[in-house]
Design a binder for this molecule. Structure first.
Ligand code: ISE
Length: 356
């Protein structure tokens, strides 16, 4: 157990799958002012091993971790379908929460979370969403170039996102809500303009949606007039790769290939590529976790994506899914949250959480 008086932020992590385990490691190895204080996972063996490794409290139930007074901030890295209820529990306990993307798979759930948080009338928001690409330096440099006017008016964004293997249970829809949701968020963030229309295409194939795991082509149109094409493929087999190029009316800029060693053997030139996103975005995850920790300890809003950003991405994802069904481009519908706000949260009032 790790409950001695320390000035570190005591973080509880829910879910020890790929991302929960990765966050635990990053916090322990490279985030200043934070420690892994508690862990929860549905797999008892995995939970016990990680609790031992990090000298952390093990909670079989996620709700007990959130209620634990020894935990002052929570990371949710469990299955997408659990996000909404767990974020709500964090709000009830007034605990800052970093919820892995998506905030929740449906617009309805995201609206509820936004309203619950806003009704608490807090000094700074409690909910952050793990759109870590906002902390990836190449995206930040592309955004800086656009903001400085170096590329002129942005016209087209070309993006690709390829995973090696699909998760079991992947559907055409979950490719949008779990994978393409990154491009949905980062495109609006780069362009500084909300997405207003979405379209969807896929090659003709014997296995059409909903079972389709092959490449999808998503088209986005932003309010400022720019358009984006996103090729997303979760079963590409070749390697994990992500690319982004922005074309403006004065020039274009694209992410360069990551620094790597190029090998020449057997009459071939080659370099190693990543098997998944962790090595590609390791530095972005570290910077995101550091900023989250620093903001909570300083009692200020973080620069991570907010619950409203999570809702916005869900609205665009919903339009993509509607375009997938209808075969035509669909305008993005955004619920008028100001008319929905009545009396959602009396039950959440009254709890406190002391952050070091
Ligand atoms: C995964 O959940 C992630 O968040 C990765 O960043 C993304 O590239 C992958 O497609 C998702 O499945």
């Amino acid at each position: 157990m790790n409950r001695e008086a320390s000035m570190n932020l005591r973080i509880g992590i829910i879910g020890l799958g790929v991302m929960g385990a990765d966050h635990a490691q990053t916090i322990a190895a490279s985030v200043a002012g934070a420690e892994v204080a508690a862990i929860s996972d549905i797999d008892g063996g995995r939970l016990a091993a990680a609790a031992h490794q990090y000298n952390a409290v093990a909670h079989a139930e996620a709700e007990d971790l959130i209620a634990d007074p020894g935990v002052n901030a929570v990371i949710i890295a469990s299955h997408d379908s659990t996000h909404s209820a767990l974020v709500e529990a964090c709000l009830a306990h007034r605990k800052p929460v970093l919820c892995e993307k998506p905030l929740a798979p449906t617009v309805e759930e995201c609206v509820r979370l936004v309203l619950l948080e806003e009704e608490l009338d807090l000094d700074f928001p409690l909910v952050s969403v793990g759109f870590m690409r906002r902390f990836h330096q190449p995206y930040q440099q592309l955004r800086d170039l656009l903001r400085a006017g170096e590329l002129g008016r942005p016209l087209v964004v070309h993006e690709t996102h390829r995973n090696v293997h699909a998760y079991p249970g992947t559907t055409a829809a979950s490719v949008v809500t779990n994978s393409a949701i990154h491009e949905i968020d980062i495109t609006a963030w780069l362009l500084d303009s909300p997405i207003v229309e979405a379209g969807w295409l896929a090659p003709v194939h014997p296995e059409p949606p909903p079972a389709w795991e092959g490449p999808q082509l998503i088209h986005l149109r932003a309010a400022n007039g720019a358009i984006a094409s996103v090729e997303v493929s979760v079963n590409a087999r070749s390697a994990y790769t992500v690319s982004c190029e922005i074309v403006g009316d004065k020039g274009s800029a694209r992410m360069a290939e990551p620094p790597a060693v190029v090998r020449t053997t057997d009459l071939q030139i080659s370099r190693a590529l990543a098997a998944d996103w962790r090595p590609v975005f390791a530095d972005a995850y570290r910077r995101e976790l550091q900023e989250w920790t620093d903001s909570i300890r300083a009692g200020r809003a973080s620069t991570l994506a907010s619950a409203r950003d999570g809702l916005d991405a869900a609205c665009v994802a919903e339009a993509v899914l509607a375009a997938m069904d209808s075969g035509s481009p669909v305008p993005v519908r955004r619920p008028d949250t100001s008319s929905l706000t009545d009396h959602l949260v009396p039950a959440l009032k009254g709890n406190t959480n002391d952050v070091p």
